[in-house]
Design a protein around this ligand. Structure first.
Ligand SMILES: Nc1ncnc2c1ncn2[C@@H]1O[C@H](COP(=O)(O)OP(=O)(O)OP(=O)(O)O)[C@@H](O)[C@H]1O
Length: 309
C-alpha cells in the first residue's frame, strides 16, 4: 500500500503550481502535507486522485499509474476534497449508500460498510437526517465517511479539520488516527499542532517545490539553520561573551539568566560554552538542546523563495 509522487509538474498559464514534486508514503504511514496558501497542495492532491491531469510526472497508488488506471486507482483510494461536495438534499444514510454503490458495493456488503463507516465517523445519531440539516463538523464527518465507505487502502484528505471547533477537530483527528494503522494517509493542513498530534512525517512544499521531507522529530531537532541550545547561569551574564564563541550565530535572552543560542550544526559548541563558563568563573546551571517549534521550522523553510523554473 503506497502513494508515490514522482517528478510531478502542473502548469496554469505561466505559473508552475507544482514544480518537480516527489515524495512517497508507505503503508501505515500518516504524513502531513504542509505549505502556505497557494503552495500547490490541493493541486498535487487533485492530480493524485485523478481529478486533474499533470503537465508532467507520475503518481502511483499501490503501484498503479493514476493516468493509466484511473478506475482501479479510484477503487483503492479515498479522497476528501478541500471543499467537500455533498448532496445536501440527501439523507446521510442514503448518500453513503449511493457513494458505496458508485464503488460497486451492493447487498449485504454495502449495508455492512455503510454501518461501519457510520459508526467509525460517529454518525449514528445523524444518519437519518438530511445533509443540509447537519453542522459543519458533521458534514465533514460525512465527507470522511464517503471517503472510507469502499474501504480504500490509501486516503488523501485535503484540510480535513478546517473550520471546525476544537472539539470537532479532536474528534476528526481521533477518526483519522484510528484508521491510519491499516492505511496510507496523507492530509494537508495549516495547523502545526495537527501535524504533531497525528503524523510521523511531514512533507512541506513552498511555491510548488518540496522544501522538506522528514520525520517530525528530526525536523524539530535539526532546523534548517542549525540547533538551538538553552543555557542557564546562576546569575545574568553579559550575552556579548557568547559572541566570541565559534559556532554561535545569534543570542536571545530567554528569561532570568537564560539564553537561547542559535548555533551552527556543530555539537562542539557545547564544550566551548562549558569552557567559557569555567574560564570566566560563571556558574553554569543548565545546558540543553532545545526542540525548535514546528512553526519556526515551517516559517524558515517557506520564507525562502525557490527560483521559478
Ligand atoms: N484552476 C486554476 N487555474 C489557475 N491557477 C490555479 C488553478 N488552481 C490553482 N491555481 C493556482 O495554483 C497555485 C497552487 O494552488 P493550490 O490550490 O494547489 O494551493 P494550496 O497549497 O492548496 O493552497 P491553500 O492552502 O490556499 O488551499 C496557486 O497559486 C493557485 O492560484
Amino acid at each position: 500500500m503506497s502513494l508515490e509522487v514522482q517528478n510531478l509538474y502542473k502548469q496554469y498559464g505561466e505559473q508552475w503550481a507544482v514544480n518537480d514534486v516527489s515524495f512517497t508514503v508507505g503503508e501505515g504511514e500518516i504524513v502531513g502535507f504542509l505549505g502556505p496558501n497557494g503552495a500547490g497542495k490541493s493541486t498535487t492532491m487533485k492530480i493524485a486522485t485523478c481529478y486533474l491531469p499533470p503537465t508532467a510526472g507520475t503518481v502511483r497508488i499501490n503501484g498503479l499509474d493514476v493516468l493509466e488506471h484511473p478506475l482501479r486507482v479510484r477503487q483503492q483510494l479515498g479522497y476528501l476534497p478541500e471543499h467537500n461536495p455533498l448532496y445536501l438534499d440527501m439523507y446521510v444514510h442514503e448518500y453513503l449508500r449511493f457513494i458505496g454503490s458508485v464503488h460497486k458495493l451492493s447487498g449485504k456488503r454495502l449495508k455492512q460498510r455503510v454501518g461501519e463507516v457510520v459508526a467509525l465517523c460517529g454518525l449514528e445519531r445523524e444518519q437519518n437526517k438530511k445533509i443540509q440539516a447537519l453542522s459543519k463538523g458533521y458534514r465533514q464527518r460525512v465527507g470522511l465517511a464517503q471517503a472510507l465507505v469502499h474501504d480504500p487502502s490509501v486516503l488523501i484528505l485535503d484540510e480535513p479539520t478546517t473550520g471546525l471547533d476544537p472539539n470537532q477537530i479532536e474528534e476528526i483527528r481521533g477518526v483519522i488516527r484510528s484508521i491510519s494503522a491499516r492505511k496510507t494517509v496523507v492530509f494537508s493542513t495549516h495547523i502545526m499542532q495537527e501535524v504533531q498530534a497525528l503524523c510521523q512525517r511531514v512533507v512541506i512544499i513552498n511555491r510548488g517545490r518540496v522544501v522538506a521531507d522528514s520525520p517530525v522529530s528530526r525536523l524539530q531537532q535539526q532546523p534548517a539553520g542549525g540547533r538551538l541550545i538553552r543555557v542557564e547561569f546562576e546569575a545574568p551574564i553579559n550575552p556579548e561573551l557568547f559572541a566570541r564563541l565559534e559556532g554561535i550565530r545569534q543570542v536571545e535572552e530567554a528569561g532570568a539568566s537564560q539564553y537561547l543560542l542559535h548555533t551552527t550544526d556543530d555539537l562542539q559548541v557545547r564544550s566551548r560554552i562549558f569552557r567559557l563558563a569555567a574560564d570566566n568563573d560563571l556558574p553554569l546551571v543548565g545546558l540543553r538542546l532545545e526542540e525548535n517549534s514546528l512553526e519556526n521550522v515551517f516559517r524558515e523553510l517557506t520564507q525562502q523563495q525557490p527560483s521559478e523554473a
